[in-house]
Design a protein around this ligand. Sequence first.
Ligand SMILES: [Zn+2]
Length: 172
Amino acid sequence: MHLLCYYYLCGTKKKLNNIPMQIVKQPDTFLRQPTQEVKFPLSEENNIILDNMIKIMYQANGIGLAANQVGYNRRMFVMDTSNEKDSPQVFINPIVKSKNNIKTNDIEGCLSCPGEEVKVSRSISINLEWKCRHGKSQHKTFYYLPCRVVQHEMDHINGKLITDHGPILKRE
Ligand SMILES: [Zn+2]
Protein backbone atom coordinates (compact mmCIF):
# COMPACT_ATOMS: atom_id res chain seq x y z
CA MET A 1 0.00 0.00 0.00
CA HIS A 2 1.20 3.47 -0.74
CA LEU A 3 2.62 5.33 2.24
CA LEU A 4 0.23 8.22 1.78
CA CYS A 5 -2.82 5.94 1.71
CA TYR A 6 -1.59 4.28 4.87
CA TYR A 7 -1.49 7.58 6.68
CA TYR A 8 -4.82 8.55 5.25
CA LEU A 9 -6.51 5.41 6.51
CA CYS A 10 -4.80 5.27 9.86
CA GLY A 11 -4.46 8.88 10.82
CA THR A 12 -5.91 12.32 10.83
CA LYS A 13 -5.59 14.97 8.17
CA LYS A 14 -2.86 16.56 10.26
CA LYS A 15 -0.79 13.40 10.06
CA LEU A 16 -1.36 13.22 6.33
CA ASN A 17 -0.05 16.76 6.05
CA ASN A 18 3.13 15.80 7.84
CA ILE A 19 4.08 12.81 5.73
CA PRO A 20 7.78 12.71 5.12
CA MET A 21 8.58 12.99 1.42
CA GLN A 22 11.94 12.16 0.03
CA ILE A 23 13.55 13.27 -3.17
CA VAL A 24 13.93 10.36 -5.56
CA LYS A 25 17.44 10.30 -6.98
CA GLN A 26 18.99 8.67 -9.98
CA PRO A 27 19.59 5.88 -10.82
CA ASP A 28 16.15 5.11 -9.32
CA THR A 29 14.11 3.91 -12.30
CA PHE A 30 10.98 5.53 -10.83
CA LEU A 31 12.22 8.75 -12.45
CA ARG A 32 11.90 7.03 -15.84
CA GLN A 33 8.38 5.67 -15.43
CA PRO A 34 5.42 7.18 -17.30
CA THR A 35 3.39 9.75 -15.38
CA GLN A 36 -0.38 10.00 -15.23
CA GLU A 37 -2.83 12.80 -15.99
CA VAL A 38 -4.32 14.37 -12.89
CA LYS A 39 -8.11 14.33 -12.50
CA PHE A 40 -10.33 17.22 -11.44
CA PRO A 41 -11.68 18.27 -9.05
CA LEU A 42 -8.27 17.92 -7.47
CA SER A 43 -8.24 15.31 -4.72
CA GLU A 44 -7.28 16.24 -1.19
CA GLU A 45 -4.32 13.92 -1.57
CA ASN A 46 -3.04 15.81 -4.63
CA ASN A 47 -3.53 19.15 -2.87
CA ILE A 48 -1.42 17.93 0.03
CA ILE A 49 1.21 16.49 -2.29
CA LEU A 50 1.48 19.89 -4.01
CA ASP A 51 1.80 21.70 -0.66
CA ASN A 52 4.53 19.30 0.39
CA MET A 53 6.31 19.64 -2.96
CA ILE A 54 6.48 23.42 -2.46
CA LYS A 55 7.86 22.92 1.05
CA ILE A 56 10.49 20.44 -0.14
CA MET A 57 11.47 22.65 -3.07
CA TYR A 58 12.25 25.50 -0.65
CA GLN A 59 13.97 23.24 1.89
CA ALA A 60 16.22 21.85 -0.84
CA ASN A 61 16.90 25.34 -2.28
CA GLY A 62 15.40 24.27 -5.58
CA ILE A 63 13.52 26.46 -8.04
CA GLY A 64 11.40 23.64 -9.47
CA LEU A 65 10.22 20.19 -8.47
CA ALA A 66 8.19 17.55 -10.29
CA ALA A 67 5.83 15.13 -8.54
CA ASN A 68 7.76 12.07 -9.70
CA GLN A 69 10.83 13.47 -7.95
CA VAL A 70 9.06 12.90 -4.64
CA GLY A 71 7.53 9.53 -5.47
CA TYR A 72 4.25 10.36 -7.25
CA ASN A 73 4.10 9.59 -10.97
CA ARG A 74 1.61 12.33 -11.74
CA ARG A 75 1.78 15.09 -14.31
CA MET A 76 2.36 18.05 -12.03
CA PHE A 77 5.24 20.27 -10.96
CA VAL A 78 5.90 23.36 -8.87
CA MET A 79 8.23 26.29 -9.57
CA ASP A 80 9.42 29.47 -7.89
CA THR A 81 12.10 31.48 -9.68
CA SER A 82 11.54 34.63 -7.61
CA ASN A 83 14.40 36.03 -5.50
CA GLU A 84 12.10 36.32 -2.49
CA LYS A 85 10.98 32.67 -2.74
CA ASP A 86 7.43 33.75 -2.04
CA SER A 87 5.71 33.02 -5.36
CA PRO A 88 5.23 29.28 -5.74
CA GLN A 89 3.46 28.30 -8.95
CA VAL A 90 1.61 25.05 -9.51
CA PHE A 91 1.37 23.35 -12.93
CA ILE A 92 -1.00 20.44 -13.45
CA ASN A 93 -1.28 18.44 -16.71
CA PRO A 94 1.07 20.85 -18.51
CA ILE A 95 1.29 20.69 -22.32
CA VAL A 96 3.90 22.44 -24.43
CA LYS A 97 1.94 24.20 -27.19
CA SER A 98 4.95 25.64 -28.99
CA LYS A 99 8.67 26.04 -28.57
CA ASN A 100 11.02 28.63 -30.01
CA ASN A 101 13.43 27.05 -32.50
CA ILE A 102 16.21 29.24 -31.18
CA LYS A 103 18.06 27.54 -28.37
CA THR A 104 20.54 28.57 -25.75
CA ASN A 105 22.97 26.60 -23.61
CA ASP A 106 23.24 26.86 -19.86
CA ILE A 107 24.53 24.79 -16.99
CA GLU A 108 21.82 22.98 -15.04
CA GLY A 109 21.71 21.02 -11.84
CA CYS A 110 18.93 18.81 -10.53
CA LEU A 111 17.76 17.77 -7.06
CA SER A 112 17.53 14.20 -8.39
CA CYS A 113 21.13 14.30 -9.67
CA PRO A 114 22.91 15.84 -6.65
CA GLY A 115 26.28 17.44 -7.28
CA GLU A 116 26.10 16.97 -11.03
CA GLU A 117 26.11 19.69 -13.64
CA VAL A 118 25.26 19.36 -17.32
CA LYS A 119 25.23 21.88 -20.16
CA VAL A 120 21.69 21.75 -21.54
CA SER A 121 20.41 23.31 -24.75
CA ARG A 122 16.86 24.72 -24.32
CA SER A 123 14.45 26.81 -26.36
CA ILE A 124 14.60 30.53 -25.52
CA SER A 125 10.81 30.71 -25.17
CA ILE A 126 8.06 28.21 -24.66
CA ASN A 127 4.29 28.41 -24.74
CA LEU A 128 2.66 26.29 -22.09
CA GLU A 129 -0.91 25.31 -21.31
CA TRP A 130 -1.74 23.82 -17.91
CA LYS A 131 -4.39 23.60 -15.21
CA CYS A 132 -4.33 25.38 -11.88
CA ARG A 133 -5.45 23.70 -8.64
CA HIS A 134 -9.03 24.74 -9.39
CA GLY A 135 -8.97 23.03 -12.78
CA LYS A 136 -8.90 26.28 -14.74
CA SER A 137 -6.90 26.30 -17.98
CA GLN A 138 -3.89 28.61 -18.01
CA HIS A 139 -1.68 29.76 -20.89
CA LYS A 140 1.61 31.56 -20.80
CA THR A 141 4.78 32.12 -22.76
CA PHE A 142 7.86 31.77 -20.61
CA TYR A 143 11.28 33.36 -21.17
CA TYR A 144 14.67 33.33 -19.45
CA LEU A 145 14.99 31.33 -16.22
CA PRO A 146 11.31 30.31 -15.86
CA CYS A 147 11.45 29.09 -19.49
CA ARG A 148 14.42 26.88 -18.67
CA VAL A 149 12.85 25.56 -15.46
CA VAL A 150 9.57 24.73 -17.22
CA GLN A 151 11.46 22.71 -19.85
CA HIS A 152 13.51 20.98 -17.13
CA GLU A 153 10.35 20.01 -15.22
CA MET A 154 8.55 18.93 -18.42
CA ASP A 155 11.53 16.63 -19.00
CA HIS A 156 11.00 15.16 -15.52
CA ILE A 157 7.35 14.33 -16.05
CA ASN A 158 8.35 12.79 -19.38
CA GLY A 159 10.96 10.62 -17.67
CA LYS A 160 13.99 12.58 -18.86
CA LEU A 161 16.94 13.85 -16.83
CA ILE A 162 19.67 16.45 -17.45
CA THR A 163 22.18 13.63 -17.84
CA ASP A 164 20.30 12.64 -21.04
CA HIS A 165 21.29 15.98 -22.57
CA GLY A 166 25.04 15.69 -22.41
CA PRO A 167 28.11 14.74 -20.43
CA ILE A 168 28.35 15.49 -16.71
CA LEU A 169 30.68 18.48 -16.41
CA LYS A 170 31.12 18.30 -12.68
CA ARG A 171 30.59 15.66 -10.07
CA GLU A 172 30.88 16.60 -6.42
ZN1 LIG B 1 15.46 18.16 -11.94
